[in-house]
Design a binder for this molecule. Structure first.
Ligand code: SF4
Length: 64
């Protein structure tokens, strides 16, 4: 899986970083999402999907 993050849509809510800190962080400048691991192991798939669903701005998506 490949994670895409649209920092233009990100509102810095931080749900992703709270849900999955191994994969997501937030910029110290403006709080927007920083993807630490854009291709996480398959075992993290369910957690990644949960983080994508929890993002209030729809800034995150997952592809192959
Ligand atoms: S949950 Fe969405 S809006 Fe919040 S920091 Fe993550 S990508 Fe940005």
């Amino acid at each position: 899986m490949k994670i895409k993050a649209d920092t233009g849509r990100c509102v810095g809510a931080g749900m992703c970083a709270l849900t999955l800190p191994q994969v997501f962080d937030q910029s110290e400048d403006d709080g927007t999402v920083v993807v630490l691991d854009a291709e996480p192991p398959a075992a993290l798939g369910p957690a990644v999907n949960r983080a994508v669903q929890l993002c209030p701005s729809g800034a995150l998506s997952v592809g192959r």
